[in-house]
Design a protein around this ligand. Structure first.
Ligand SMILES: *Cc1c(COP(=O)(O)O)cnc(C)c1O
Length: 395
């Protein structure tokens, strides 16, 4: 078998679509005006930003004035959590997050704690699901904000956001959801989800890196995170990044049109990969939910070995994946998400996330599983943890 290049890290970022790049290019070079300027030269920029805002609004089913462009998903999440909590301070200082949120939410929770707030982190079950009863129990008189993600970036678990948001609203609490992983793969609709705030990021659906959106329901006022001029209706300072916003607009239109076909194709690859790994590699555990799961996500714990070693060996075969310390790579801290599902530390360390995208093929999947089988067998042979009883006999 020839060596291939197989990119299975689409939850980390995706390949920018050519036509999205083409749409952006003139706004780097020809139409470089400041979209807030009053003269004709900038009018085309202002119009392009308006069009993109309209495209986003149409995609997530809200009004254009409810769309705020940010520099990334992390900024939108930080803004929602900090800004949402600070604006609610007169009513109370308690915030609820789940234990499996993205670091941008987890670290905003830490910031809130350092700034006089009380933060409750909801437990999840072994599949990574937040239970409605847990949320009901956590709600207090002084709870002002709840943030729970729609789909998890590490294990792909999809929460029942409409039910959770309804509980928040029955108690008069603002509800935010991180939909960065969901956009382009499942339906992301602010009305159907019933949320007050929602985050997306273009580079997770074949758009450019460096541009996100925070949806804020009209009527809800949150504190600013970035002070500046009058951009984004005075709510988010910084000279408007016209080319990236144009890219977001085109990418989200495509994401919505392609959701069903991409999801169908990617689901087939996911299911084949899960089946083959379960059937052909012993001692594995599927992390995440068996059904309530993103089409793109495959995450397994390979017992007795280190995820880092698997990752490096796959890399030598041209295959790009993430390990159980995903998103905090460089650190050898086991994933807080896997630990929250009750996975023991050593199994979290032995976990690998494969995230499938629209450019992958069944051949990529088969090539990866074929290589993986050999790698796992070889690493286990070298592992002091594997079949200890046999080793004792050998000695
Ligand atoms: C990637 C990601 C983010 C952060 O988005 P950036 O634009 O990279 O800052 C936030 N939440 C989730 C679930 C993500 O997967």
């Amino acid at each position: 078998m020839d060596k291939r290049e197989v990119y299975l890290d689409n939850s980390a970022t995706t390949k920018l679509d050519e036509d999205v790049l083409e749409a952006m290019m003139p706004y780097f070079t020809e139409y470089y005006g400041n979209s807030l300027s009053q003269y004709g030269f900038s009018r085309k920029c202002a119009q392009a930003v308006d069009d993109a805002r309209y495209s986003v609004a149409k995609a997530i089913d809200c009004k254009p004035v409810e769309v705020y462009f940010t520099s990334c998903g992390s900024e939108a999440n930080s803004w929602a959590v900090r800004g949402g909590a600070l604006s609610g301070r007169k009513r109370g200082s308690h915030v609820i997050l789940s234990k499996i949120e993205h670091p941008s939410i987890m670290n905003s929770g830490k910031w809130l704690t350092q700034n006089g707030f009380d933060v409750t982190y909801l437990d999840v079950d072994k599949y990574g699901m937040v239970h409605e009863d847990e949320l009901r129990k956590a709600i207090r008189e002084d709870t002002v904000l709840i943030s729970i993600m729609l789909a998890n970036n590490e294990i792909g678990t999809i929460q029942n956001i409409p039910a959770l948001a309804a509980i928040a609203h029955a108690n008069g609490i603002v509800f935010h959801t991180d939909c960065v992983q969901a956009m382009g793969l499942i339906d992301v609709n602010v009305k159907k989800l019933g949320v007050d705030m929602l985050t997306i990021s273009a580079h997770k659906f074949y758009g450019p890196k460096g541009v996100g959106v925070l949806y804020v329901r009209s009527g809800l006022i949150i504190d600013r995170l970035i002070n500046g001029g009058g951009q984004e209706r005075g709510m988010r300072g910084g000279t408007t990044n016209t080319p990236l916003i144009v890219g977001m607009g085109v990418a989200i239109e495509k994401a919505v049109t392609e959701t069903d076909t991409n999801a169908a194709k990617i689901t087939l690859m996911r299911d084949r990969m899960i089946e083959r790994i379960k059937n052909e590699i012993p001692d594995v555990i599927l992390n995440g939910h068996p059904r309530q799961r993103l089409p793109s996500n495959v995450n397994f714990a390979f017992n007795y070995i280190e995820g880092e070693s698997i990752l490096m060996r796959l890399d030598l075969e041209g295959i790009a994946v993430s390990s159980g310390s995903a998103c905090s790579s460089g650190s050898l801290e086991p994933s807080h998400v896997l630990l929250a599902t009750g996975l023991p530390v050593e199994r979290a360390h032995g976990s690998i996330r494969f995230s499938i995208g629209k450019h992958n093929t069944m051949e990529d999947i088969d090539y990866t599983v074929d290589k993986l089988k050999v790698i796992i067998a070889q690493l286990r042979e070298m592992s002091p943890l594997y079949k200890p009883q046999d080793r004792v006999k050998e000695v």
